[in-house]
Each structure stands twice: as structure tokens, then as C-alpha cells.
Design a protein around this ligand. Sequence first.
Ligand code: ADP
Ligand code: ZN
Length: 526
Amino acid sequence: AAGVGIGENGWVLELLKTHFGYDAFLPLQEDIVGSVMAGRDTFALMPTGGGKSLCYQLPAMALPGLTLVVSPLIALMKDQVDALEANGVPAGFINSTQTNAELSQVVRQVRSGEIKLLYVAPERAIEARFADFLGTLNVSLVAIDEAHCVSEWGHDFRPAYRELRNLRRSCPDAPVIGLTATATRQVRADILSQLGLREPRTFISSFNRPNLSYSIVPKERDLSGLLSLLEKYRGESAIIYCGSRKDTEEMAQTLTDRGFKAEPYHAGLNADVRRATQERFIRDRTPIVVATIAFGMGIDKPDVRLVVHYDLPKSIESYYQETGRAGRDGEPGECVLFYSYAGKSKQEYFVNQIEDAEERERARQRLNQVISLCTLNSCRRRFVLQYLGEEWPDENCGACDNCVGPREQYEATEITQKVLSAVIRTGERFGAAHVIDVLRGSKGERILKQGHDQLSVHGIAADSPRDELRDLVEELKREGMLATSDAEFPTLSVTQKGRQFLRNRETLILSRPVERKAPSESRGER
Ligand code: ADP
Ligand code: ZN
């Protein structure tokens, strides 16, 4: 784009230097600051660590009036404000943890213009009393942090966000900037409409984290695998995510018993314990934290070298966020996820417990995406970035197990014909597990009851290991030859494309990681 960047105005760079200590902008920061300063509504989508805060903190220093920051993280407000004050940025906050005296002091300082940057929780921001207060002030900018909280499709929906658009009534002339690190296309559209942004300028930076490597270990809760990983990173910081509070405690104990220094962290521990654990982690006293997803919100520890998912993450977005805590200093970070079909079933069980039908459906879709990530034969990085709405070239990323590990192409024509036929012969009324049982010639009760042992397809793939068939079914779904229903017990069906393949007897070449093949070959030809 043509035009003079705001960075070419010496005084902006000077503010950057004096108040924030930086010599240059990070990517997009300058454009975003420029948009806000020009009075435009703005939407900024940047990965964690991308430098979002500066996009409203710098304008706050440059604009004449107050900058209001809506932030959902009450626990972090005080730290944020203290850090700003230390840099000579006059800031304050209003939230429920304050005494009345503290509150009145902040109100006074805001009125007198002593405070340029005011942090407030969304629930407070939407109160009528607060709107009245705002109406009496000269507000230059409204910043809405963690803007994805406005969307039910996001991972931490906060109903109060829905009403933030009414803030406008108290300060009609102030531009609004929404910022987030998580937004799929759906959430992004929600943010723009629900926050009522007016002809917003949108800035989206790449979410790729080139210094992170990704791998999926096809084995659930593999303690010896985990131990050797931790051994590799001994003395450095690691986060292990587990699915339940109990699991984090047991795992921390197991690791301690094996000579690693590890502590649990979850929402069931009281605030002091959590704070102390967090503190020890940040200060490198405790290198390993075993946590539920409650850990890490807002934690900026730059040198985490390893992030392990010992259980499945809830969604691709959580996977991205959680792995994103590795390598924030730009040095390499390794992200390893342990996955198995047993883990999948366990999650499906939890999803089916969800009472609200719509919520259950959303959870199921999220889980299905995670499973696709785990069973993928192609680049994990590309899959995650595409899920986050970013196009990514179809090339070797050089740092995920599928791109790095040796792969081989193999002819899958015959086995695919067998699988598709079995789906058709069983009437397209069964899930993958049943179809695979039929293919492998199971004489199980369910098979006999359906009379499926009488089918011509019964036992036609008896030599193929179950895992291999499961992977193939996933691959055929991705190839668009098989489809699954979105029901509680999903059933497989053969698509148009699959039928065409059967009719035309086309040759099908697929690829797979080399190590997968070894076990089936070692069974030998019989
Ligand atoms: P986000 O909110 O997007 O996760 P932050 O605003 O916390 O990111 O910034 C991430 C890190 O980048 C912080 O450590 C911050 O100090 C640093 N940072 C921000 N802007 C710059 C800059 N222009 N130059 C160098 N470092 C920066
Ligand atoms: Zn890759």
C-alpha cells in the first residue's frame, strides 16, 4: 500500500522506544496502530506473542483522551497495569477485586486524565452505571481484548461480550479495536457482527510458528515414551496437558517418583497454590507443570521447550493455543500429542454426556477435527493453519512428523475396493469399527446377529491389521470416497466419488509413514 507509514513519524517511534523499549514494530503493529489512530474501527487477528497489546497501548499514549480496554482476564489485570506503570504508561483497572477506596481513587484519576489506559472486565463494562461514567469522559479508543469471547463458537464464550456493542452509545466517536489470537472463519464473522464494528479494517497475521515442531504419537498414555521425552529436555521447561484434575495430580506424582520435578495445576486448586506453582514454573524452580487446560492463560514464559498432550485436546484451537506456549522466545519448541483409538472413545463418551443438544453437536464437531488431525497422513501444520482460516502452501513444512518422517506411496486400489464394498454390503448403516470387523472376518456377536458373517465381504481383508484399516478409512474420508453421518454413533457411507471409483476400477495411490508398514510386513506372507 502506498502512503507514509506512521513509523516514519519520528514521534511514534520515539513513543515506542521510550514507553515500550522497542526499536521497531513487529509485523502488522504499525499498520494496526495507524488504522486506530486514523479513527477507523479495526480488527486484529494475531497469534499469541504477536504483540497485540501494543496495538492499543501505543495509541493510548498518543491520543488525547482515555483508552478503555475490555479484558476478560481479571486475574491478570493488576499485573498488566503494574507492568505498564513501570514503563511510565499511566494505567488503572476497575474490577470486582477492588475495595471501594481503590475504586474511587481510580475513578478520580480517570476523570482528571491522570490515567490514560483503563482496564475493565466485560461484565462491569456493560453495567448502566459504567456507561453513565463513560459518557462523562473523553474516550479516544475502545479496545476489546480476547474478542473471540463474543462467539459461542469460540472456546471461551462470555455472554457479557454480546452487549459490548452498547458501549458505543456512551462514546459514539471513539473507534473500536477488537483483538484476538483465535478465530476460525466462523468466529471471525461473529466478532465483526456481534461487536458492531463499522466498516472495520481487518489485519490478519500468519499463525504459523516456524520454530515449533509437531508430532503425534499413535499410542495413548505412553508413559515410557513420555519419560524419554522428558529425559531429552531435562533441566528445561515443559508443560504436560492432561484431561482431568485427578490425572494431573497422579501424573505429577508419577513423575516425581521417577526423579523429575513436576507439579500439578488445575482449576480445583486454590488460587494461592496455583499462583505459587505458576511462580515456581516461571522462575525455573519447577521445570514441569502437569496441567489441565486451565494453565497458561496469559502466562508468558518464553523458554518452554516441550508441550505434551497426554490426552486429546478439546479442539484444534485449544491444540494451537496450548502448543503455542512452547518456544515463545523464537527458539525451537517441540509439541507432542499422544493419541489412540481408546482415547478417542473416551472423548466420545464425554461428548455424549453433554446434555444440551447444540452444545453436544459443537463438541462432537470439534472432536472430529482433532481426530482428523491425529490420523492425518499429510502435513499437521498445514491442517492446523487451514483450520484457523489460513491458506498454507502444499509443501513440506520440514517440522512435523508427517513431513519429516519417511513416507512411502503404496497402491491402495484393491484394499480400497474391499473397504468400500464392505460399507455398501452392510447397508451403509454401520460405523468403521463394525465394517472393519466384517472385513477382518470377526465372528463376534454383533456380526453374527446381523448375519454379516454370511456376506461375501466377510473376512476379505483378514490379513490387514485393524490399525491399518482404521487409518485407511480416515484417509478415504479425506479423499472424499467415504462419508460419515454426524450422529451420536456415526455410520459410514460411500460417496458419489467412491462409487465412481468402484465402477471405473481406477488405480489409487496413497501415501503413509514408513514405520506404520513394518508391523504388517513382519507378519510375513502366508
Ligand atoms: P499478544 O498479546 O499478542 O500475545 P503481547 O502483546 O503480550 O502479545 O506481546 C508479546 C511479546 O512481544 C511481549 O513479550 C512483548 O513485550 C513483545 N513485543 C511486543 N511488541 C514488540 C516490538 N515492537 N518489538 C519487540 N518486542 C515486542
Ligand atoms: Zn508438515
